[in-house]
Design a binder for this molecule. Structure first.
Ligand code: F6P
Length: 505
């Protein structure tokens, strides 16, 4: 694929001289104070990136030319920012920020969710020990991340989040649960997604086979399509609806967060929402030059669009945040992995890079070789917490953080070796460090909201609508047509695969 030329302001940014990170603190001694921003419990450090005063000025101009402030206001006002589907993107309203009517509706739906949680805790559905959450994409990744990050806060049930249509995933979860004490949460915005509906049906069968009298009596539906949930067999009183204007990958704040709210407790869920709301206010009210999601988007735009980096890597130096990279893959790639702009014309230059990553220090012993000495440049983001997530010897946490900071310094500084090129490190490789005080519900909420707004800011700078995802439809349609009409009219490769693996249907 060839990319069209970069638009005017980006072309002038590209024409600016590039600083060398190895000497950047000498040439720009104040950069730590200029490029570190502390927002509540989160400290963002962009000083080890190539961002300079000139680049910042160029990007601020780009943001202005792209109408950043007006588009941000439109997002919070509940306007139809998702222009291809003619609807708003109201995840901030779930946190109490945004259009007053939508905030009121979200509060009402949260109250309903809380009442059901209180009833479950009071035994209304019998004794519950296990929560089986069935959903996929945005209906699974968010709850999975929050529960995994916060289960040190005192989780009260065994929770399994099953997404894959591969029966092995469901079977493994069922093997560890007792059907008599299991609550099933079926999470699907549309309540039509093949994987979810198949897994939900198999979970019901599992209960029936175990002799559970009223299996549907322990099913909760989390959906924006309550009518479909009722038609499927869920009683209206156990349906927790959310607004159609909340996008799938932005939905963990809505009733999709039910397993987190039930297992971690309502107070923790509310703190998560409050943390996100604080980041919403920061994004909405801060000037562009002090706006964390926007500055992060400038860095993203520089590496992806100006330097042509095709990936960006994220390493959580905290086991509690190990699911963050996979959560962000959907958020960033499904939102901004587009080739056309809001008006249907081609995106100027590249759009979203591939988001990938892992946990430190594991990743150091697996993929960091390429980051230090490989031929491609992948900007790196480190996330670490000052407080540890465990009570073991503090030496563990010290070693974790020391390694995290050492990697950033090594990428930037490099090391010459005139005698042996195999042992030389080029350096001048950028990294951002995000340091949080601790991994609490507030911090996790603020962090996720930061990434949501950064994704939105990137979209605005590129002129993209981040809230649709038509690219996922074609494969689904073809799979459906094979199921309904049989495998006809495909290429020889596809026909041979179907013939071999599915018995020549
Ligand atoms: O196929 C992509 C997608 O539509 C995601 O955007 C969404 O999060 C996921 O499928 C699940 O959709 P649903 O919540 O409707 O089951």
């Amino acid at each position: 694929m060839t990319s069209p030329a970069l638009p005017g302001p980006l072309a002038s940014i590209a024409a600016l001289p590039q600083a060398d990170l190895k000497s950047i603190f000498t040439t720009d001694p104040d950069r730590l104070s200029k490029l570190v921003l502390t927002q509540g419990p989160i400290r963002f450090d962009w000083s080890k990136t190539h961002l300079t005063d000139d680049l910042m000025a160029g990007f601020l101009k780009l943001a202005e030319e792209q109408g950043f402030a007006a588009q941000r206001d439109a997002l919070f006002a509940g306007e139809a920012v998702n222009n291809t589907e003619g609807r708003a993107a109201e995840h901030p309203a779930e946190r109490g920020e945004g259009n007053a009517q939508s905030v009121a509706q979200a509060k009402m739906l949260h109250a309903r969710m809380r009442a059901l949680i209180d009833a479950i805790e009071a035994g209304a559905l019998g004794e519950i020990r296990h929560i089986l959450h069935i959903g996929i994409g945005g209906s699974a990744l968010g709850p999975d991340l929050i529960i995994d990050a916060l289960d040190g806060e005192g989780i009260r049930y065994d929770v399994a989040i099953v997404s894959n249509v591969d029966g092995t995933a469901l079977e493994r979860a069922l093997d560890s649960f007792d059907p008599k004490y299991t609550l099933i949460a079926v999470a699907s915005k549309t309540f039509t997604t093949t994987e979810t509906m198949l897994n939900a049906a198999s979970a019901i069968n599992w209960m029936v086979e175990a002799g559970v009298e009223d299996p549907y009596g322990r099913v909760i539906a989390l959906t924006a399509s309550p009518d479909r949930a009722i038609a499927w067999g869920v009683d209206e009183t156990r349906i927790l609806p959310f607004a159609e204007s909340v996008g799938g990958r932005y939905s963990l704040w809505s009733s999709i967060g039910f397993p987190a709210a039930l297992s971690l407790g309502w107070d923790a869920f509310e703190s998560l929402l409050e943390g996100a709301a604080a980041m919403d206010r920061h994004f909405r009210l801060s000037a562009p030059e002090e706006n964390a999601p926007l500055i992060a988007a400038f860095v993203d735009q520089y590496y992806t669009r100006v330097l042509g980096c095709q990936t960006r890597a994220l390493f959580a130096y905290d086991e509690r945040l190990k699911l963050l990279p996979s959560y962000l893959q959907q958020l960033e790639m499904e939102s901004n992995g587009k080739s056309v702009k809001r008006d249907g014309t081609p995106v100027d230059g590249p759009s979203a890079p591939i988001t990938w990553g892992g946990v430190g220090t594991d990743a150091q012993h697996a993929v960091f070789q390429l980051l230090h000495q490989g031929t491609i440049l992948s900007p790196v983001e480190f996330i670490a917490s000052i407080e540890p997530g465990h009570v073991l010897d503090p030496a563990h946490h010290r070693a974790l953080l020391v390694n995290c900071f050492a990697q950033g310094a090594a990428l930037m500084r490099g090391k010459e070796n005139a005698d042996d090129p195999a042992r030389a490190y080029p350096g001048n490789r950028p990294s951002t460090t995000i340091l949080v005080e601790d991994v609490t519900p507030e911090v996790v909420g603020a962090l996720i909201a930061f990434y949501e707004h950064r994704t939105f800011a990137n979209a605005v700078l590129m002129g993209i609508n981040p809230f649709d995802q038509f690219g996922v439809e074609l494969g689904k349609e073809i799979a459906k047509s094979i199921e309904t009409d049989g495998p006809t009219g495909f290429d020889p490769s596809t026909m041979a695969l179907i013939d071999l693996a599915l018995g020549g249907e």
